[in-house]
Unconditional design. Sequence first.
Lengths: 177, 89
Amino acid sequence: MVNKLSEAFDTVIASLKYLDLRPNIREYRWRFLIQKITFLTQVLSSKTDYNFIMYIAGPYSPALAKDYYSQEAALVSLHTDYELTQEDIQHLEKIQECCDFLGELSLLEATSTMVHLMRGLSTFSDDDIFSNAKIYKPYLSDSTLVIGMTKAKKLLFKEEYLTEELKEEMDLWDKIQ
Amino acid sequence: MIRCLILSLLNYFTDGIQYREFKAALKISDGKLISNLNQLEKFSYIKKSTIKFDNRKLTVYSITNSGKKEMKKITEWMELMIQVVQSGE
């Protein structure tokens, strides 16, 4: 029997279903993926309200962990009443394009860490963000963190940032090529 | 004190904590960390498992039911200590 789901976890399941992922929470890899995907989705769409913290395994939400342990049946069957909006789908496709869920998990760890730091320390320079990431994740290589930062920037980029002035500049560069 | 900290962290991060994550967060020597983890494992308060992460084997620690019970005792004991200290103020 499937217990009543929280609205936030309903959204999580809908996202996983769209991404064609069938999580098995008995495996560390899947729990890791749920945490990081939910974090990135929440950053882009604000449809869930889990509290993600950086310390130790960050970005990590103990409340989300509690949800998937208590709602394992719903997760396995991907049972959800939430219907994704067109905006949700766009966000999920952006995340999917940026992150290879079946590839290197360290890269997803680096990307989500960078996204968390870039939002929290928005006035910091790239070098300072990198130094902070190195404190939290000293075991991740410099190259993994740099790629993670590039992916994080891509994820956080919004169309409205592309001003007319920037568009003109980019058009000029395109013409040179 | 380190053992209390390890137990409370594992009680909070229910999915378990990788050895390398412990090392980065606690900033203590490998020797100190391993001996404390081993001792907690010997008491059956925590369990160790090996996972595959990016084709590498990593060690992950998680709390057991007896570890959770012990953590509850520690919390109750600490609450009592706070009450005693506050009543003396």
